[in-house]
Structures are given as C-alpha cells and as structure tokens.
Write a protein that binds this ligand. Structure first.
Ligand code: MG
Length: 375
C-alpha cells in the first residue's frame, strides 16, 4: 500500500464547507462526507433509478446504486495504488450520480429540453444541487454541507454560465484548471465501471452480439485470453471471465500511466495538480484509443438499440407530461412543492421534483395525473 502522497487531498487541509462546523470526532472530514451521502434520501433512491435498462425490466441489471458501488470499488483500488485519498475517492464515486433523473440519460435529455427557457438541466450540476440544497435533514444548514473537495469532484462538467454562479467550485471551468487527483480518478473509474457493466447487461439482455463485440479490440483480446485459459465455458462464465480481464487491464493501465505522469510532474501539493498542463490521471494512449472504440460501439449498438430507444421514448413522454401538467397548473402542486416553487421558481422546483423521482415513482405519478380512473 502506497502511503498518502503530498499531492493527495488531505482532510486537514480541506478548503472547507459552505457552513463552518466543528471537526468530526474520530473520523476525517471526507469520511464524514461519505457517511452523509450514504444516509441521504437521494442515495437510497438510486436503487430504483435506471442505468440503461428501466428499473422494472429485470432484477439483475445495474441500477444507479450498484453502478455507484462499482465506481467506488474501482476508484478505491486505484487511489490506494497511487497514494491518493481513498475516502475522498469513495465519497465522490458514491455521490456522482445523486442528481440523475429517472430513466437514465433519456430523462436528463428531456428535462434539459423542458428547462431550455429556464436555465436548462445538467445532471452533474443537479448532483451538486442535491448535496448543497435539496436534502433537508440537518437543522443547521441546507443540503449535506460537504467539503469543497467532495463538491469539486461531484461537479464533473458545467457550462460557463452556470459556473459563474457557483463561486469557488465553478472556477475551474472558467480558468480551465483541473480538479484534484481524486476527482479525476472518480471520473475515469465511472467510465471503467459503466463500459464493462453495460457490456455485461447488454449481452444478458440479448441486445449485444457476441461475435460483433469480438471485433472490438479490448473485448476480442480478452475473449481470446479467457478461451485460451479455459477452453469452452458456459456463456455466463465466459462473459464474466472476459469482463473481469478488461476491468483489470484498464485499472492496471490507468495506474501505470498515472504513476508515470505523477513522476514526471512531481507535484508537491493538490494545487500543483490543479494547475498542471495535463490531467495526472489518465490511460496510456493505446488504452485510451481502445476505450474510445468500445464506448463508441456501445453508443451505436446498445444505447441506440431500437429496444432501448423504445423505452427511452416512452420514458421521455412520462416526464414531459408531468412537467407540463405541473407547470401549466401549479395549483396541483402539494404544499411542500408549492413552497419550493416560491423559493426557486416554478420550473426549477418542478424539475427538482422530477429529477428526484425513481423510475417507478415517475410511472406511478403519471398514472395518478393522467388516468381518470386513478386518484
Ligand atoms: Mg456514473
């Protein structure tokens, strides 16, 4: 195990929380952040939110919760390899999708369209909004009052217009600097997790074609290796033997390349990493190209598969209808939502409400609002 390096985010040097609080006893500031996330309602709702497949399509498909756990596990391994802060990496991984709408990317797209005239909708920004504003559990402040470093990691992307309104945490999108290494790492751990579990889910759902996948460099190489090691295997085992090899290869490559970049840069502090010309956490050039190839394949053949698109279109209709009925008839909002509409504006409050829904809650709410036989 590599000891914590000087360029790792150190909890005692944190840039702090929006509201000052006494230091936690017997756990670090980042451990406290992680604990607050695990105890949040938004975190529990991830279990009923889609990754690619709508939640009720099958019990074995990834949800946002199992996805987030896989990101945390991959992120922690690499953090430990590189002497980065594991607690912070885990915190960012567990929180990164808190702002995700129901129905995966389909939900985010339609909400963004609904909100076009009202400031738009970005899921990363929404994750930050959840932890800064929308959780209402603590008496002393709104949100979870996380440290700057956790918030910096949660905000992966952000438009310049929004960045201007965010203060310190939006700065890097304006002056084009990087976030700390743990945030860079959580971002790539996210990609490793979803590329691999989407292959797994896509094959299991019968949407991806095994032979066609073998033409993809990364998949083909490790399929060959798995067959060479074991000969003929039942499908389920072969699939797992291939995928575990791909994950391992990506983790090893990311560790090795990042080690080299860190050695070359020789950063003494987190600030050296933030100001560096290039990100310190990265794949080698060859692996980056192979990962892009796989991602592109999944876009064309899984995320745009006609069966996935069919549920996408239905899901978008559900959200669009609910958004329209509430914004056109605000008198239908229940009291706490009416109060939120006063505080944030009607459209933003309805968008927050929709974004917070689980897949099944959204479907149910749609029924309640549009089926005259239901109350
Ligand atoms: Mg993710």
């Amino acid at each position: 195990m590599t000891p914590l390096r000087s360029y790792a985010c150190q909890p005692e040097h944190s840039l702090g929380r929006l509201h000052d609080e006494p230091r936690p006893e017997r756990r670090s500031e980042f451990q406290r952040d992680r604990d607050r996330i695990v105890h949040s309602s938004a975190f529990r709702r991830l279990v009923y939110k889609t990754q690619v497949f709508i939640n009720h399509e099958g019990d074995l498909f990834r949800t946002r919760l199992t996805h987030s756990l896989e990101v945390a596990q991959i992120g922690r391994t690499i953090a430990r390899n590189l002497g980065l802060n594991e607690d912070l990496t885990e915190t960012i991984a567990l929180a990164h999708d808190l702002g995700h709408t129901p129905f995966g990317h389909a939900g985010q797209e339609v909400l963004n369209r609904c909100m076009r005239e009202h400031g738009g909708f970005e899921h990363n920004l929404q994750s930050l909004r959840v932890v800064d504003e929308l959780e209402h559990k603590y008496a002393a402040f709104k949100g979870l009052n996380l440290t700057f470093e956790s918030r910096e990691g949660i905000l992966k992307h952000c438009s310049k217009t929004n960045a201007r309104e965010l203060g310190l945490v939006g700065q890097r999108f304006l002056n084009r600097t990087h976030p700390g290494a743990e945030a860079q790492l959580a971002n790539l751990a996210d990609e490793i997790a979803y590329n691999n579990h989407d292959i797994d889910d896509g094959l299991r759902a019968g949407l991806l074609d095994w032979d066609a996948l073998c033409e993809i460099e990364l998949f083909g190489r490790y399929e060959h290796a798995a067959r060479a090691a074991y000969g003929d295997l039942p499908n389920r085992q072969l699939r797992h033997e291939v995928i575990r090899r791909i994950i391992n290869a990506l983790v090893v490559d990311l560790t090795t390349e990042s080690e080299q970049r860190l050695q070359a840069l020789n950063p003494q502090s987190v600030d050296d990493i933030r100001r560096a010309e290039i990100p310190v956490i990265a794949y080698s050039e060859k692996t980056a190209a192979e990962s892009r190839e796989l991602k592109k394949y999944l876009h064309e053949h899984l995320y745009n598969h006609h069966r996935v698109l069919r549920s996408t279109v239905k899901a978008q209709g559900v959200l669009r209808d609910i958004f329209a009925i509430y914004t056109e008839n605000p008198q239908l909002l229940r009291p706490e939502l009416a109060a939120a509409a006063k505080a944030y504006g009607l459209h933003r409050a309805v968008a927050d409400y929709l974004a917070g829904m689980t897949d099944r809650y959204a479907i149910d709410e749609h029924e309640r609002l549009f089926n005259p036989r239901r109350l």
